[in-house]
Design a protein around this ligand. Structure first.
Ligand SMILES: Nc1ccn([C@@H]2O[C@H](COP(=O)(O)OP(=O)(O)OP(=O)(O)O)[C@@H](O)[C@H]2O)c(=O)n1
Length: 402
């Protein structure tokens, strides 16, 4: 029975129709078919075709040649982007892969054969008919992650697939088939050959999985910590993860959690060794600061004021995991909405006012420090954000000669 196509697939099927019109084959492939069959939210819609990239470039008006040597172009259609890739086999999935590692092949079946897991080796025609040479549908039904063909070969082609398997077990809650798991265990050391950027991407998806507890079971089982920076020297950190671990959306939150569990490993060391951006570093510090404040004082206005909005959800999850509380996102938002100011800029006084008030003083650190103090008092509700009130406060607390 063909699958009923949702709107986004119907629009994408216009691309398939167009390719077929020119006498070539084309199918939806990979994660989008898997997620459609699982009734999960579908991410990118990828298309595989017998047409070579130069043909796609001729067929479509808006084509971005993102990886011609690997057979990939992006087709823009009705304001959406679709990766269209020629049927191929690939012996090398690394970032620095050599163009010679890719060979174009004739059939969709050959293309599906080089893919990592049976649940990802599914193709679907424009009318929803499924092509499933490796029983991917059965494995989806049985919640099983099973490598296509020889598992060791699949993992040796791209050791990142070991992390992908763990990531799918965390996202989908699936089990790992015995031979697939054995193969992962026996080649797990090859993880060290992969660039940190790819490892971080997968680890981040791993910790955001709804079934992260399930994923962690396999993570521990294959001893992957032996081959990951920092964790190889401190494997106990993983054992100390909260038993009621919850999904975390951002990798910064994962770093904050790991640093909270083992404060001897600094956030800057995680960031350096896992080659993360400065943005991840500052968000990790922001969340960690909030966790420490919570541990000392509980949820207060100052904590919420300092915490970046993008971190609310993960902070709430971390509090519930690490302190076994029942904090809700709504509670945090409620406090945020009750704050008298959103940032220092909203204070009714500024540096110029300070200098006017104390003409004898020379500009310096005292100005920033005073404004910091006032900011905190206003946020905590101890001072009203009215110019005359703040001026009065300063007269009492600061002296001309200080
Ligand atoms: N190392 C890899 C990476 C990808 N693939 C294949 O390429 C498809 C697309 O890969 P990608 O977009 O990275 O992952 P998805 O499986 O689509 O999952 P998601 O989009 O959720 O990350 C996969 O389904 C799989 O068939 C593979 O065989 N080996």
């Amino acid at each position: 029975m063909p699958v009923l196509l949702p709107k986004e697939f119907k629009q994408a099927s216009e691309i398939i129709e167009q390719i077929e019109h020119y006498g070539y084959e084309a199918y939806f492939v990979g994660g989008c078919v898997r997620d459609l069959l699982l009734e999960r939210k579908v991410g990118d819609i990828d298309i595989a075709t017998s047409a070579e990239p130069h043909v796609s470039q001729e067929i479509f008006e808006k084509v971005i040649p993102v990886g011609l040597e690997h057979g990939t172009v992006i087709v823009r259609h009705k304001h959406q982007s679709y990766e269209v890739t020629t049927f191929r086999v690939d012996d090398d999935y690394s970032d620095q892969r050599h163009p010679d590692s890719v060979k174009f092949v004739k059939t969709i079946k050959q293309d599906l054969k080089r893919r990592d897991f049976t649940i990802n080796a599914l193709a679907m025609g424009k009318n929803g008919n499924i092509i499933d040479p490796f029983s991917g549908k059965k494995n989806l039904k049985n919640n099983l992650i099973k490598a296509v063909g020889d598992a060791s070969d699949r993992f040796k082609e791209d050791p990142l697939r070991i992390m992908r398997a763990l990531r799918f077990s965390s996202q989908l809650g699936f089990s790992l088939e015995a031979k697939t798991l054995d193969a992962m265990e026996s080649v797990v050391n090859e993880i060290e050959t992969i660039t940190m950027e790819r490892i971080v991407q997968e680890t981040s998806k791993f910790f955001s999985g709804v079934y992260v507890k399930n994923g962690l079971y396999y993570f521990r089982k294959i001893n992957i910590t032996k081959y990951l920076p920092i964790l190889k020297k401190n494997p106990y950190i993983i054992d100390r993860l909260p038993a009621n671990i919850k999904p975390l959306n951002a990798f910064a939150s994962v770093i904050a959690m790991l640093h909270f569990i083992e404060p001897d490993v600094a956030i800057r060391d995680w960031v350096k060794q896992w080659k993360c951006s400065n943005m991840i570093k500052s968000e990790a510090e922001n969340i960690y600061e909030a966790l420490l404040t919570y541990q000392l004082d509980g949820l207060n206005r100052w904590l919420v004021y300092r915490l970046h909005g993008c971190n609310y959800r993960d902070f709430t999850a971390l509090v519930n995991m690490l302190f076994r509380e029942k904090l809700t996102n709504e509670k945090v938002k409620q406090i945020r909405n009750s704050l008298p100011i959103e940032s220092k800029k909203d204070l009714t006084i500024n540096g110029t006012d300070l200098l006017e008030l104390f003409p004898g003083k020379t500009p310096g650190h005292w100005m920033g420090e005073t404004l910091d103090q006032i900011e905190k008092e206003v946020v905590l509700g101890n001072l009203s954000n009215r110019k005359n009130v703040l001026k009065e406060w300063m007269k009492w607390n600061l002296h001309e000669t200080d």
